[in-house]
Ligand binder design. Sequence first.
Ligand SMILES: Cc1cc2nc3c(=O)[nH]c(=O)nc-3n(C[C@H](O)[C@H](O)[C@H](O)COP(=O)(O)OP(=O)(O)OC[C@H]3O[C@@H](n4cnc5c(N)ncnc54)[C@H](O)[C@@H]3O)c2cc1C
Length: 466
Amino acid sequence: MDLAALKRDLDGLKIEDNEKIVQQKSRDFYWYSPVLKRQLDHVSGDLVVTPKTQAEVIRVLAACHRLGVPVTPRGTGTGNYGQAMPLSGGVVLNLAELDEIVAISPGRVVCGPGAILADIDRATRAHSAQELRLHPSTYNTASIGGFIAGGSGGVGSINFGGLRDFGNIIRLRVVTMEAEPKVLELTGEDLHKVTHAYGTNGIITEVEMPLTAAYDWVDVLVGFDSFMGAARYGNALACQDGLLTKLITPIAAPVPQLYFKRHQKFLREGQSICAVMVAPHALDAFLAFTRREGGEIAYNAATARDEDKKGLPPAYELAWNHTTLRALRVDPSITYLQSLYPFPNQLALVEKMDAMFPGEVFSHLEFVRLDGNITCFGLNLVRFTTEERLDEIVRLFEENGCPIFNPHRYTLEEGGMKQTDAIQLAFKRQADPQGLLNPGKMIAWENPDYDYRSGKTFLFKGLAAR
Ligand SMILES: Cc1cc2nc3c(=O)[nH]c(=O)nc-3n(C[C@H](O)[C@H](O)[C@H](O)COP(=O)(O)OP(=O)(O)OC[C@H]3O[C@@H](n4cnc5c(N)ncnc54)[C@H](O)[C@@H]3O)c2cc1C
């Protein structure tokens, strides 16, 4: 890699080559996984380039294409799969400064990919009492471009499903990695070429997202004597069409007591919980429903005293992958697995899998609406012992009909797709003919003959070489 020539070509752009800073910007939350930690700990880019405009992005891509330098885009690096880690080195393309909110209108917002999700909502709320339909629990730190290229769903998915669903992204502007980069406007079916493609198919330089009515969501923790009590309640609440919620998260004891340090005082020993965000106008009906279902209100932000609320994280920062983060802060031996409990057997599957690994796997569910049906994902905590045992737990979930989206793998296919996405692969041939965008993340590109059902983990050659 002729980095000196690259720096000359990019003269005038913001470039960082301090080894420590470059390494820091080459990381994401891969360390949640003991497997990825072992495999990726040494990974680093060579330069961080921070463009301020789309024209600067085009300059970087054209220069890197000419010199054969890999480019790995980065939002704010909160992904979990090593998605934003440059396995072949080269340029880390930091998109944080493309963060302009361009336009807000009824039902839509247009902004740069580097805009932080909470900042987008602040702007749309102030403009016209609107907010994004869904966001990850990393709402306060993650970028919208990183969410689209690396995330899947989160808070709000109980109403709107995931990012993969039609209508949850309106339009993306994408720049290709060619001698003369093209600027493409993608809508409808074409969006699937770049969503959840880890930035392997082009750089997103503008997004247009749908909005919904904004509310001052009320955080409530509902307590139950058993985990299945919390799970059944979560399912029933999600099925109440008249009650507007944004988050329904059952979590098994002793997770809340051990790891939710600031909420511990509200919880009884052995109590499993369901964390809920409910719209203020639905609160009375929600409380009546909860009473009828036998739930105990452990915490209600609408009636809590100011001194009780002081320093409490929002409910969504107990949920989705923040549950894992809180556990890891207390017990570094904890990791996690993401699973789906398919509709219509979700509760029976939850009960079966919850009983299978006592003291080793702790259930944590997120209720979502998928293709019109209520079901749940698991982001279950796992007390890690060995990689072999982790693989065995994955196998047992899958054999019992619960697909795993494996957060201990850095490739798109092994992380959940389980098959080559033919549309994404065909588009990559067009948009990145030299395979320079985030190399090593798409098995189908690196090794079309690879049998990823073999049970072996794919090892990217470029990773071994560095
Ligand atoms: C505590 C915690 C909780 C989380 N909760 C959730 C959750 O609820 N739901 C969820 O879906 N995820 C969740 N995540 C994962 C992650 O936080 C989100 O997906 C987040 O939206 C990623 O945004 P980012 O800016 O950090 O992206 P990054 O990590 O920087 O990038 C993610 C991927 O997108 C690519 N990329 C970034 N910007 C662009 C661009 N402009 N063009 C093309 N490619 C690009 C990167 O190369 C990388 O492959 C969680 C992670 C943590 C650590």
